[in-house]
Design a protein around this ligand. Structure first.
Ligand code: SAM
Length: 279
């Protein structure tokens, strides 16, 4: 099989920074990525950003089916070549962020996401799967190393944030592989890592996932402010009401939102939804 870089050169392709195009080509790394993701003959895979198709091809050899999104239509002739003979692959040319996810899920059934994510949309892509997806069994995503540290951060550390807490509701995030910048074409300025998250239904029991999200948003809306102040601002509560919510959820008045562990966000969310403050 010709190296994807040669195929790209033959087609006069030029890399577009605005789409976060940093492609993989190393065969050993690609098989390791597929293995790390736990893809097997029964797995349906959704890939975001097919690029030149190197990962798509490796996935197609292990999976039952692969559906890949790619925003850059100029990759069409490249992918026609690199994915020739991959009967179980379909590429949709379009912006994944505008995809009709419920319709896609009806078509796919249960699936896993495997992707070398474009860095400029890492968070919105992740949030779609964390908040909107109903048939997703998990994610295995290659992201900038610093972002991977954020995804897997412990509560109270500087890296811990709203995305970390959103992930924790769905599953445990683990860094399964570090990928040096030298593995990409063109070479980015930072190293990457693969984060795997296996979704577990009801991992952190909470009455309402949307109240959990509202609690998390509120807690991180003003870092270094007390949760009491953030509650007052986010939900238009009086100081007394905010204190009473905190008391019922078992927190001290001066607690800061960014120190709360995911289970504590769930406790706060349950009080907010029981009082009709958040749905
Ligand atoms: N999977 C390939 C690989 O590993 O070599 C390419 C990975 S590259 C980091 C990300 C790819 O996502 C690029 O091909 C880029 O054009 C595509 N992309 C960027 N934004 C996108 C979006 N919103 N929807 C779908 N694809 C997107």
């Amino acid at each position: 099989m010709e190296d994807v870089r040669e195929v790209l050169a033959r087609h006069g392709f030029y890399f577009k920074k605005k789409f976060g195009q940093n492609f993989l080509s190393d065969a050993n790394l690609l098989s390791a990525v597929v293995r790390d993701a736990g893809v097997g003959a029964e797995t349906v895979v959704l890939e975001v950003g097919a690029g030149a198709g190197a990962l798509t091809r490796a996935l197609s050899q292990a999976a039952q089916r692969v559906l890949a999104y790619e925003i850059d239509a100029s990759l069409r002739p490249v992918l026609a070549e690199t994915l020739a003979g991959c009967e179980n692959v379909e590429v949709v040319f379009g912006d994944f962020l505008r995809a009709d996810l419920p319709a896609l899920e009806r078509e796919l059934g249960r699936y896993r996401v495997v992707a070398n994510l474009p860095y400029y949309v890492t968070t919105p892509v992740m949030m779609r799967f964390l908040e909107e997806a109903r048939a997703c069994d998990g994610l295995s995503v290659m992201v900038q190393e610093e972002v991977a540290e954020r995804f897997t951060a412990a509560a109270g550390t500087p890296q811990y944030g709203a995305v970390t807490a959103a992930i924790a509701l769905k599953g445990e995030a683990r860094i399964v592989r570090r990928v040096p910048r030298t593995m990409f074409t063109p070479r980015p300025n930072v190293d990457s890592a693969i984060v795997r998250i296996d979704f577990e239904e009801g991992r952190i029991p909470v009455q309402s996932p949307s109240a959990y999200r509202a609690a998390v948003r509120c807690a991180f809306s003003g870092r270094r402010k007390t949760l009491e102040n953030n509650l007052m601002n986010a939900f238009s509560l009086s100081r007394e009401q905010a204190k009473s919510v905190l008391r019922e959820a078992g927190f001290a008045d001066m607690v800061r939102g960014e120190t709360l562990a995911p289970e504590e966000f769930a406790r706060l969310a349950d009080v907010l939804s029981a009082r009709g403050i958040a749905e």
